[in-house]
Ligand binder design. Structure first.
Ligand code: FES
Ligand code: FES
Length: 158
């Protein structure tokens, strides 16, 4: 079947079958490989994208269920060549080691900041508990999210 996916503001027409996950279509058909395959079972958060503004596990989301809804991947967060404040904060705080969890962390963090502009560490831990970092960079991730929140409040970024 052919479906239309609205990814990072662009419409893509994709031929796929009903069983294929959004993750597979993003990575294999659209070459958006920033979204990672971790567990494939909804347990790690490496495949997190924003679907209609909400964090979604793209490994468990059938591609056809995402048709017509806005999808944001890590590639779509920057604007006009400038990194999203959270991307910049992760770099500044060195909040990654292998980087495998990072795109999912950043998208989950971006969704959190849309709801809570001044998250406390407990808020971040609660909101991000489904995102696993095997390298254990959690303290720096929390720092990066708080630092991005502060910089967004100061109006340094969009
Ligand atoms: S790959 Fe989707 S939650 Fe782990
Ligand atoms: S930086 Fe390696 S899994 Fe998080």
């Amino acid at each position: 079947m052919q479906i239309e996916l609205l990814v990072n503001g662009r419409i893509h027409r994709v031929d796929t079958d009903l069983e294929r996950s959004l993750l597979n279509v993003l990575r294999e058909d659209l070459d958006l490989t920033g979204t990672k395959y971790g567990c494939g079972e909804g347990e790690c958060g490496a495949c997190t994208v924003l679907l209609d503004g909400q964090p979604a596990r793209s490994c468990l989301t059938p591609a056809n269920a995402a048709a017509g809804k806005p999808i944001t991947t890590i590639e779509g967060l920057e604007k006009d060549g400038a990194l999203h404040p959270l991307q910049q904060a992760f770099l500044d705080a060195d909040a990654l080691q292998c980087g495998y969890c990072t795109s999912g962390m950043i998208l989950a963090g971006a969704a959190l900041l849309q709801k809570n502009s001044s998250p406390q560490p407990d808020d971040i831990i609660h909101a991000m508990q489904g995102n696993i970092c095997r390298c254990g960079t959690y303290p720096r991730i929390i720092h990066a999210i708080q630092s991005a929140a502060a910089s967004m409040k100061r109006g340094e970024h969009v």
